[in-house]
Design a protein around this ligand. Sequence first.
Ligand code: NAD
Ligand code: GLY
Length: 368
Amino acid sequence: MMSNATPQTIDVSLDERSYPVWIGRGLLDDSARWRATLRGRHALVISNRTVAPLYLERVARGLDGLRWSSFLLDDGEAHKSFANVGLALDALATLGATRDACVIALGGGVVGDLAGFTAACWMRGIDLIQMPTTLLAMVDSSVGGKTGVNLSAGKNLVGAFHQPRAVAADIGTLDSLPDREYRAGIAEIVKGAAIGDTTFFAWLEQHAKALATRDETALVHAIATKVRYKAGVVARDETEQGERALLNLGHTFGHALETAGRYTALLHGEGVAVGMLLAARLSERLGMSDPADTLRLEQLLKEVGLPTTVPPGTDPEQLLALMRLDKKNTAGTLRLILWRSIGRAEIVSGVNEADVLAILREAAKGRD
Ligand code: NAD
Ligand code: GLY
């Protein structure tokens, strides 16, 4: 088990914009560490009404002597909205935030994405510290600089690349995270292994139970391995000109499922889990991959307690229409992340809609 004194540090290497991701217990209280990355005298902590009562006070202690305030969202994906970015920017204005101000994102991916986008917009870009409090945010959304908000037309359609100055992932905050949310975070860990790391995938198969039951040694290894993997991809392709798109394995299906379910039927990580499986089945249908790999993925997802079927009542045609809106698409053709095998994902352009629809119809009928 890791002690407070020795958090793991993983660097995201982006020349002068490089930053550390600290992973450890008690990091919220280790203000000497994260406060050293603040450059100015103003800070706005963005959080939500679930997380703030649990953790804001500890962060506030570290802000002593600064001019700071907080902006709290209502809880839920629906609040990752333009309207709330406007209100958060108003909060920065009220604070009198100057160009050296810092936004601190204290929460899950919803808070992190909105806070990051707010930081990207204020005076064309100010500092950001991510303090992720969900497993999903620790292993994915807080690292790599993607920020944004949803439109009613679809998820994450508006945003900016804006890297944080530091990420402080205090795993102690996961103690209060509900199990369903925790498992949704495991989906993003499985995703990293499924895309590019066969050894890690095998490790996950061996440690699925330990991870699902929150064994801390397994958890820290899993977080650090996924973050290291993502940091490497981001360092090579920060703005998704190529390789980074692979990190969206399962997302085109998953986002469509999330949107169709009005962000309540499936959590983001659950959508990614089902989406990865649909992508694996499509790969199989297109003759790209071996059914044995699909089965291993399905088995692992089940072992960690993630859903592997689409919600009842899912409409395949509606899902396909939503998938057409995905940002990866180019003029009128579907561009999806599929795989050759575990650990070998691939970007495939011009995917035939009839094949996608066949997979969606089969899933909606129920294959289990
Ligand atoms: P979330 O932010 O909605 O958090 C999930 C739930 O857990 C919320 O109810 C939240 O209030 C609660 N919560 C958070 N921390 C808690 C804690 N420590 N204890 C108790 N409750 C806590 O959801 P999420 O799964 O963290 O993030 C999903 C979002 O992240 C989506 O909007 C998705 O699009 C985005 N995302 C972004 C990226 C990226 O690269 N920027 C990557 C993946 C996902
Ligand atoms: N979650 C996908 C990315 O960060 O690129």
